[in-house]
Every structure is written in C-alpha cells, then in structure tokens.
Design a protein. Sequence first.
Length: 248
Amino acid sequence: MEPTGADGAERPGAGKRMCIVGASGKLGRYMVQHALDRGYEVVGVCREQSVHKLAAFEGRITVVPGATDSDAVVARAVHGCDAVLTVLVPWGVHHYASGTAQAVLDHARPGARLVFSCGWHITRDGEDVYSRRFTAYAAVLGRLAKLARVVDVDDQVEACRRVFASATRWTVVRGSDLEEGDGQGLPVWSRHVGDPVLESSLTRRVDYARFMVEAVEDDALVREAPAIVGRLTPSALAYARTDADGPA
Ligand SMILES: NC(=O)c1ccc[n+]([C@@H]2O[C@H](COP(=O)([O-])OP(=O)(O)OC[C@H]3O[C@@H](n4cnc5c(N)ncnc54)[C@H](OP(=O)(O)O)[C@@H]3O)[C@@H](O)[C@H]2O)c1
C-alpha cells in the first residue's frame, strides 16, 4: 500500500489496519473502497456464501469468512487493527446484531476506533424527535418483520445500547434513508433527529460509507451518535453551518 496519494500527500490510513465487519454488503463494499483509497490495510469479514461479492478487491484486502457474530471469526479479524467498522444488521431472531457488536467490543484492541452503522430509529439519549410517519412506519415494519422472523429491530437497539455503555472509543453513525448514486461529499450531521438540517432524510450510500471511514480520523466523533444526511439535500443546504466540521 503506497503511503502517499497521487498528489504526494501522506494518506491518513498509511501504516494502519482497518477491519470491516459486514464487508460484502452494499455499505461494506463502499467502505472497503474508501478505506483503500485512504491508504488503510483492509481486513473484511463476511459470510462464507458472500465472499464472491468481494472479488473486485481480490489481492488488495484480506477476507476472513464467517458469521459476523462469531467470537472466533471476529477475534481473528480484528487482531492488530487500529480501527473496526461494523455494519449492524438486525437479521433473523438469534441476536445477530447484538452478537456482532459484543464480539467487536470484546476483541478489538483497547484504544481502537470502533464505528458502527445503524438507522435513525436508534436513540442514544431519548432526545430525538421523530415524525409521526417515521414512528408509525418503523413500528409496523418492525412488528411485521419480527413476526416473519426475518428481522429483529429490538436486537439492533440492544446492540447499540451495549456500544453506548462501553468504555471503548466508539461512534454510532445513524443513517437516514439511503439512495445509490455518485458521491456528493461528506454528509452533514446532527446529534438529534428532528433537527431541521436532517429534514430531507436522504443520503447517498457511498457518502454514508465515507462518513464511517472518515469518522475513524475524527476525534470529535468519539462517543457521539451522529444522525447524518446528504450534504446536497435541500435541508442540509438550507440549515447546515458553513464553517468547520461538527454538528450542523
Ligand atoms: N437500507 C436503508 O435504507 C438504511 C437506512 C438507514 C440506515 N441503514 C443502515 O445501513 C447499514 C447497511 O444497510 P444496507 O441496507 O445498506 O445493507 P447492506 O449494506 O447491503 O448490508 C446488509 C448486510 O447484512 C448482511 N446480511 C444480509 N442477509 C443476512 C442474513 N440473513 N444473515 C446475516 N447477515 C445478513 C449482508 O451480508 P451478506 O453480504 O453476507 O449478504 C450485509 O453485510 C445498516 O447498519 C443499516 O441499519 C440502512
């Protein structure tokens, strides 16, 4: 991995190792690309049947196949990593999300930067203000999915509760609705859903991934749960601060 980019500047990930848990998903693959672009050595964890989805990165990353909630798999993958990015997904009814979060919390090196993905429905301090539409949609969808034993949103809530309670250097990035498309730049963020800057509720997936990767290098995001929105959305353009980084 070249320590400098095309412009000769040192890349932020040079000499550092990043593990991406859930690397084969849509968000995961974007994160792998951003991490490589920033000079990180990348270790990706994904289910055995999904290894083929990482073929485009063959020879450039190390893949550890296996269930992302497996202690042994995660322990092996995060060994020696400076940062661990985790896609938290509430699949099934066997505590997949909380198992994944716990394995990362247990096995990541002390002091490592840990960044987790989830949706706006996760609240850290109960101060988020949700629209009636959002609340109704989340409740109905959550209940139906649990009944069908496909998804258990409560387990993603439990996963995040464990992360918030941990003494690690965590960031939980709460995504809005997502869309595909070219990158528009680093999303803007707020501590609370309900902030007008987030009103558009839409982020390009590639930009969500960028926020996850760049959060590793931003100490202002340690122990924060930023809710993000695309920086070119109408609400971001209308309400975002124009000065430095930080909550909009
Ligand atoms: N989709 C949205 O609109 C949205 C909105 C806000 C926030 N988010 C957050 O963004 C993150 C990524 O979500 P995404 O929708 O974009 O999905 P994604 O990136 O495609 O990721 C889905 C992940 O779930 C895994 N997965 C799929 N089926 C599974 C199963 N049956 N058992 C175990 N793992 C399974 C996939 O692994 P394989 O590659 O092995 O299938 C992949 O790692 C999540 O943290 C989500 O909460 C999503």
